[in-house]
Design a protein around this ligand. Sequence first.
Ligand SMILES: [Zn+2]
Length: 359
Amino acid sequence: MQEKFNPINEKIIDSHLHIEGWEHEGKSFIEGFDDYIASMNINKINIASLPSGKRNVSNNIMIAFYKLVNENAFAHGGLVYPEYPIPEKLPEGMDFVTQYKELMEIGFDGMKMLEGKPNLHKLIGRDLNNKYFDEFYTELEKDKTHLLFHVNDPDEFWDETKVCQEHKDRGWFYGDGTYTSYEGIYEQIDEIMEKHPTLCVNFAHFYFKSKRPQDLEKMFEKYPNMGVDITPGGEMYLSFDDNYDYYRSFFIKYSERIQLGTDSTFPDGGEACKWLLDRVYRYIATDDSFKGFNNRIHKGFNLPKEAKENIIYKNFERTVGTEPKKINKEALKRYIEKYKHLMSDDENAKIQQLCEKYL
Ligand SMILES: [Zn+2]
């Protein structure tokens, strides 16, 4: 890696980060993000909440506190589930439109959904195009609120002969017949987009379409506010390498639809986060040859200035905003009070400490 990342103080927004834990090696999550920003010399970040599956509502709350501490942080909030699968009738006040409005009132800048990832999709036990979500999408579309949406995973994950052991160990083999198919998940999204064609949505990880970019081209033609991010999954960079000329033109032609992000997660971040941002940035902005995903030597696209700027920060500003929203402390207090029963005593104690310090 070069000595110092971003020595020319370029404007860069990492649009896709996560929080997994409270602290690591004596560093709080707050210090962890501060460190990432300072060491990479970037001015803004976006943290996407994942309050479902193995995590819970504390993810939204921690991120709100980080926004309170760092006014250069954007955040996407996530929906909270009282139980899995989603019950026939949601508890009073926990329907998704209410949850969305609460998060917007607190000061979140957009919404994040991981619900299209096949394992979480299976857990919630409801299609993404069903009535539970539909009013929520209607509100997002009406408000032009940005949605960062993880849908699907690489198609190898359904094929026992192709999925690697590491992914299997993480629970990402979906070919045992109990998961929705790769095509089936896309069909749900097609239906959502038909119904909400102006939804302002970015599909994470290139929508797992790096082997079928023509599908993306068709969607870009049809849906004016839809885009993708180039957050690894390293597999997409291998596809970019394999079709280098096509993809370099694609990135120029559709530069207004592509956003930079790393998917880095505190606390397994540290050097890995920095490595990721360095590689993604160099692929877009430089003509360097460098060792990257699967130990491949990649050659950067060295995109023209306008296309590069669109990808590294302008599209984010256009779709989410130029400045992060401020946190409404009273709304955050109400939210903590309302959802504290969904967190452990230990987490509630930690949140109490944050309340005393910052609210
Ligand atoms: Zn992610």
